[in-house]
Every structure is written in C-alpha cells, then in structure tokens.
Design a protein around this ligand. Sequence first.
Ligand code: NI
Length: 394
Amino acid sequence: MKTILEQATELSEQLIDIRRDLHRNPELSFKEYRTTEYITQILLLAGIEVVPWGGETGVVGLLKGDQPGPVVALRADIDGLPVTEENNCLYQSLQPGVMHACGHDAHTACLLGAALILAGRRASLAGTVKFIFQPAEEINAGAKLMLEQGVLTNPAVDVIFGLHNTPTLPVGQIGCKEGPLMAAVDTTFLTIKGTGGHGAIPHSTRDPITAVAAVIQGLQTIVSRQVDPLAAAVISFGTINGGHAHNVIPDKVELTGTVRTFDAVLRREMPGRMQGLISGIAQAMGTQAEFVYRQDLPAVFNPPGLAAWCRQRLEQVVGTTGVVTPVPSMGGEDFALFQEQIPGVFLWLGVGNPAKGIVHQWHNPCFDIDEDALKFGAAALAQLAYDYLGGVGR
Ligand code: NI
C-alpha cells in the first residue's frame, strides 16, 4: 500500500490546479458562494457526504469509515481579503480588490487533498472524518457562527486538526508546537473627553489631546513594567481621531486598538490594568475616560500530549528534520474557538522559498506560496486523521 505522502504527491498537480482556481476567484468573508459550490462538487465527486450546517457559505463534509470509532474534524478556512494583488502570475486574482493574500486558497486545496486521500481509504477507517471548510476567518466570525450552529455535534467531534501556511518556514517543513502558538486577540475602544477651546488659551480648556498622549505613553508601561518580561503582550492603537483645526483644542479624542497576549491569566488582568492607568492619568489631567475592552479570540493553544503525538505522526510526512518547533506569532486565529470546545492542534505549513522570491508575509499584495507545499499540507491532515482513527500510538 502506498504511503499517504506518496498518494499526496500523486495528487500534487490536481492540488495545484485547485489552488490556482481558487486563487483566481477569491471571495470576501461570508461571500464565498462560488468557493462553496466548488468545494461541494469536489467532495461529492469523491463520494463524501455534504451536510447542511446552517450557513450560506462554507461546507461540511462527512466521511464514515467502514468500522465504528471516534470522530476527527479537519478544518480549513476559505475566505480572501480586500487586497489588490500585485503578483504578475498565470493565476493572478480575477477579482479587482480581492485576493487570497493569506493563503486560504492553499488551506482549502490541502483539505480537499486530504479528503480525496481519505475517501480512498474508507475501508480501513475506524470512525468518521468531518471536513470543515470554514467561511469568514478574516473577520473572526466564521468559527463562531459554525460553533453556534453546532458544527462539532451530530456526530460529536472528539478532536480537531487544522493548519495555516507560513512563509517564515521553508517548504518541506511543518511547525508543530506544544502550548501557545498564536495570540489571544482583544479590541479596545477609548474616548477621552475634555473641554475644548482656543489653542492659544490652553488654561481655559481641559485638553484631551495632551491627555491622550500621556495615556498612550502610560499604557506602554503595562507591557514594559507590569508584565513579566518572559511573558508576551502587545498594546497597540490603530486609530486616533480628534479635532478639526490646527488652533482649536477639541472636546474629545477617540482611539481604537488591539491587545495581544498568550497567557489566559494575563489576558484576564489586562482590562483592569489598562482601566486603572487610563482613569488615573485622565483624571490627573482634568479629563474623563470611557474605556471598553472587548475579548475577541482566545489564544491558539495546542495541548502538550496531543501536540507531541502529532509531531511524531508528522514525521511520516516530512521526516524527523521536517517537523520543527516554530516561534509563536502575535497574530490571531479563530481556530482557537474550536480548541476551547474540544482538544485540537493547529499546525504551520512551511510555504516559503526565498530562491523563488516567495518571502512576502500574510496580507501583503505580493504574498504567494511555494505550491510544492500543498502535497505536504494535504498529507499532514490526512495522516493525522488516518492515524487517529486507526489508533496509531494514541
Ligand atoms: Ni489566514
């Protein structure tokens, strides 16, 4: 019998065709209608049952093995981004202003490849594979909706695996890390209110701009002075709006920002730490602060035992030197919401290749992948599901 990697290698050209078709036709979050139809057709052709999940876009496929056993879910995200592609290639995006600039086309191709491989092994599967093609990852909404609709039930899923490409790892490598891999993502909304007036007569005002400057500086001391230097945290502001004339002190300034952490306890402490500092500084400067802290996504966290099992199984795909321990990213992923419900491991698939100029990061208009990675991604997902259902080393 062929190995799973050998099967994936034979499928490689088909996976490249799939990826290029999706790349030419990217669709924004919750608008993935063509993508949904495309995935559905490939699954049905492979004899995989497609079940309605409650959303308009996204696909759930079910492959029941010939023997009973646990249920493994494999998940890929399928949406594109509002980015105009700057690559000059045969498979350039045909949709102006929309691009698969995060490689979700590759994730979709990998999961379809895994489905094709596993469909041919149905007779030796002891259990069920649920293929989850998730919409709207880029707006942190797809996993949430699928979970609300019960995607992990009927049949109840025991374990979930997923992957994201990364240009920071070379093609042929897979990153599998125990513990935190990607950060928790939270959003902040801050308004500082003062009393406006003439820029030349500041003593008759309560200047929110000066207060905001002090607040921003002060907040950075949470990261530098309050958080354990060996832990990681980021407090960034992405928008700041206030005022309309160079010589008028405005009544208020509004900011929005993002907070990233890995540690769950630290994450819980962040709103209180920020609120305390903001209130103290704003009050000392005669202004008032309104602060809202919204928790969006927990950290992607791979349970150590399961991650160790994955590392060992992935050696079948990329060899002992191909499985690496990656440096975690402060970026976020809504795969974390699945991991809140059931055990799951998230992998990084190496797609970088400096010799081919494939070095651009996610969301860059020149982002691309080395397509040789598709066979490794497909094989990795198929191997984990196959071995889990076969009870290999589990
Ligand atoms: Ni992505």
